[in-house]
Design a binder for this molecule. Structure first.
Ligand code: GLA
Length: 666
């Protein structure tokens, strides 16, 4: 019997050893909230940690959880597991607390291990029961917990990692920063040889003062000339500024020429004299996201100086626009901006920081640039300054007399004129249609930008009143929402944008804004510009002109990228290959020369391959691909082009048949 027991022991030993070993290996529970959550990135606010016994408990679809971490998209936490963790366990869902929800769309939780998706919740809605995660993470070095939107736009709703914990048998996990994204300058410096940039078509009206500065890069001095410039217009051959007045309507086909010591460039340029303005998206600078209520005449003049000197005017930026706060207010924090809103004749009164409006626009015009101004159809602007209610026609006349070429007209306090909503379409459209009509009556070409945040589907009727219209709320300074905004624009109302009337998703907010570098990574800043060019959107930079560095200028001033935006057809970027997670897709914009500008887009947190497939007949199967940011030909490709796109990146290419390539890009 003894021998039998001994024998049995000996037989069992190999099986018992791992059990004994496992029992010795201590597996401990490590809650997510023990990590340094200041490393968790989210677009809005900071993560909220719930503990057992807190007065307010975390609840998802009325189920209460003992502890957890609440976050808001776009949220990502990078964790170094050092292969020490065995499992990640949690419940996830939309928090029941709906205070602060501005708008809401479904959202998606993901767990990513060493770049591979380990778990995904799929779109989750408010009220959906929580979903349980319990996954094996043995052998993983880097884990990313992320929540992104699976609907249209970002929201302020709280997303819960409920009772989130690691089971660990090795080292404790550590929260780490996301991999650094270095600011690399992709755009080559302009070549010394003279090169004409900017649009190939320009609209003006008969009888209005004409002003166009030929955008040109290359070593100065450049000598400009123009063939078939119509009577009434004069070109200054040193500055390239065309002035005068056209009397007769018509399309004037001019050939512009720029010559310097290094060579010559010519460009076909149509001056279209009729009723339509803004035949390509307007380009310029607006002071809002830099100066807010600190804007002055001096700062506007300085911005014009810089636009002329830093190369922006040489690639097509033209408008220098004041936003809010140039007029008097009854009570604001700057005494120098307080005063009577109107004089005895009812004329709107600029505040003491704008002593000479006409002098300021003359200064801007002398550089061949244009000037913009701002008002509201309400009694006061959004900043609380005097606005146009009851004086619309008089103000339109005043803006024209001062020499402005652009008006942004912002809904702001208009509900004080018509009372509380809901409003009819007619009520929402009237102030813009009225001001649009008064501006047209002026003998000046004034671009009219409707700013009413997309109400009443403004894209459907905006072109009847003006030349561009804001499609949504302010992007604000938390701008990583730009990717979603561009997708929504392209999917829902892109096709309403056309020569003469453009969707305006708000300003280009890259570089240095409002006393701080913008919150976007360098890759995201390229993406922002790429998407705004593909949509195409007006290109108004709103960062600090005095703090423009080489990196930001390289994004703003690549003529091949701008050409996508300024293409004469004005076709919208069309999205394809997108699924509900909206992580990768392509955006394709048809160009006048028969080629296509294509954005290969990756909204995700990791680099990934994106493919553009072109359809068509035999001839079109072989296409030339050019990298527009680097201004480099990639070669000839058959049927499709694939490239690795960085996290949150857009690879912007031009795809043309070989013949077109030879003609356009030698
Ligand atoms: C609104 C507009 C902004 C800016 C401010 C000025 O918020 O949408 O673009 O003009 O008003 O107060």
């Amino acid at each position: 019997m003894k021998a039998y027991i001994l024998c049995l022991r000996l037989i069992l030993i190999p099986f018992l050893l791992p059990v004994i070993g496992a029992a010795q290996k201590t597996v401990k529970t490590f809650p997510l909230s023990s990590l340094d959550l200041s490393k968790m990135k989210q677009t809005y606010g900071v993560p909220r940690v719930y503990h057992r016994g807190d007065e307010k408990q975390m609840t998802i679809a009325k189920k209460t959880f003992g502890y957890g971490v609440g976050t808001r998209i776009k949220s990502a936490l990078w964790i170094d597991l050092a292969r020490g963790a065995d499992r990640f366990i949690a419940d996830v869902g939309v928090d029941d607390d709906t205070t602060n929800i501005v708008f809401f769309t479904k959202q998606n939780f993901k767990v990513i291990g060493d770049g591979k998706k380990l778990w995904e919740s799929g779109p989750m809605d408010l009220g959906d029961p929580s979903k349980h995660i319990d996954i094996d993470i043995r052998g993983i070095d880097t884990l990313v917990l992320t929540v992104v939107n699976a609907g249209d736009l970002s929201s302020y709703v709280q997303m819960d990692w409920a009772e989130p914990r690691f089971m660990i048998s090795g080292k404790d996990p550590v929260a780490i920063s996301a991999p650094e994204d270095k600011a690399v300058i992709l755009t080559p410096k302009p070549r010394p040889v003279a090169q004409i940039n900017g649009p190939k078509v320009y609209g003006c009206r008969p009888g209005s003062p004409f002003l166009y500065r030929i955008p040109a890069t290359g070593t100065r001095p450049i000598r400009f000339s123009a063939k078939r410039l119509p009577a009434g217009l004069t070109l200054d051959d040193q500055t390239g500024i065309i002035t005068g007045t056209l009397k007769k309507r018509g399309d004037y086909k001019v050939v512009l020429k720029a010559q310097n010591a290094a060579g010559t460039d010519t460009r076909a340029f149509t001056i279209s004299c009729g009723d339509k303005l803004a035949l390509t998206p307007p380009m310029g600078w607006n002071d809002w996201y830099t100066h807010f209520d600190n804007i002055t005449d001096q700062k506007m003049r300085k911005a014009a100086d810089l636009m002329e000197q830093n190369g922006m005017a040489d690639v097509g930026y033209q408008y220098v626009n004041i936003d809010d706060c140039w007029m008097n207010a009854t009570a604001v924090r700057h005494p120098g901006r307080v005063g009577p809103l109107r004089n005895a004749a009812g004329d709107i009164q600029p505040n003491s920081y704008f002593p000479d409006m006409k002098g300021m626009t003359d200064y801007i015009h002398a550089k061949g640039l244009k000037a913009g101004i701002y008002s509201s159809p309400g009694p006061t602007t959004c900043g609380g300054y005097g606005a146009s209610a009851g004086h619309e026609e008089q103000d339109a006349r005043q803006f024209a007399n001062w020499g402005f070429d652009f008006l942004k007209y912002d809904w702001c306090s208009y509900s004080e004129v018509i009372g509380p909503g809901p409003y009819t379409s007619e009520q929402m459209q009237k102030p813009f249609r009225d001001m649009g009509k008064y501006l047209k009556e002026q003998q000046r070409d004034i671009i009219f930008n409707l700013c009413q945040y997309g109400m009443d589907s403004v894209w459907r009727w905006g072109a009847e009143a003006g030349h561009s219209w804001r499609t949504g709320a302010d992007l604000g300074l938390d701008i990583d929402i730009f990717y979603d905004v561009a997708i929504k624009n392209a999917l829902e109302y892109g096709s309403w944008s056309k020569p003469g009337g453009w969707n305006d998703p708000d300003y280009l907010q890259i570089g240095f804004l409002s006393n701080a570098p913008c919150k976007l990574s360098p890759t995201e800043q390229y993406s922002f510009m790429s998407l705004w060019c593909l949509l195409p959107s007006p290109l108004f930079y709103s960062g600090d002109m005095e703090k423009l560095d080489d990196f930001t200028l390289n994004i703003l001033c690549n003529p091949e990228v701008i050409e996508v935006n300024q293409d004469r057809l004005g076709k919208p970027g069309i999205i394809s290959g997108i699924d509900s997670t909206k992580e990768t897709f392509v955006m394709v914009k048809e160009l006048e020369d028969g080629s296509k500008a294509v954005g290969l887009c990756n909204q995700g947190l990791f680099p990934t391959e994106v493919t553009y497939k072109w359809a068509g007949d035999k001839k079109s199967k072989r296409q030339a691909v050019r990298d527009l940011w680097r201004q480099q030909d990639k070669g000839i490709f058959q049927n499709e082009f694939t490239t690795t796109v960085p996290a949150r990146g857009v690879a912007l290419i031009k795809v043309s048949n070989q013949q077109a390539q030879l003609i356009c890009c030698h």
